[in-house]
Design a protein. Sequence first.
Length: 131
Amino acid sequence: MTASAEPVVERPPGGAVPAPALVAARAAQAKLGEATVVLAMGELLGVTDAFVITSGRNTRQVRTIAEEVERRVKEDSGRTPWAVEGRQDLHWVLLDYGDFLVHVFLDEDRRYYDLERLWGNAQRVRWEAGA
């Protein structure tokens, strides 16, 4: 998990991050997701507006985080993921909401794939409650 030199922005240039993505980040935090970040992807990727990336220390926590994200996003916006991948092995659970993706990693898998470095030029978006 490479730290980004990019400042955290309130509103990314070129488009908004969907509000449910911020709900997903807060849900991950509520279940002790580690180093949760929201990346504005709209200008870079074109097929989705944001990534929410977080991790858990063990597979049980990965499952709990993913379930809490689904519950809170549905409660807040009525939305459910279009697709979910990785629920069997719980090393990398991907929740695809179309306009945003939630990546819930097991810690060591997050370090291996290092999406923050791969998408290092993406703007980090402020998402913390009260921020």
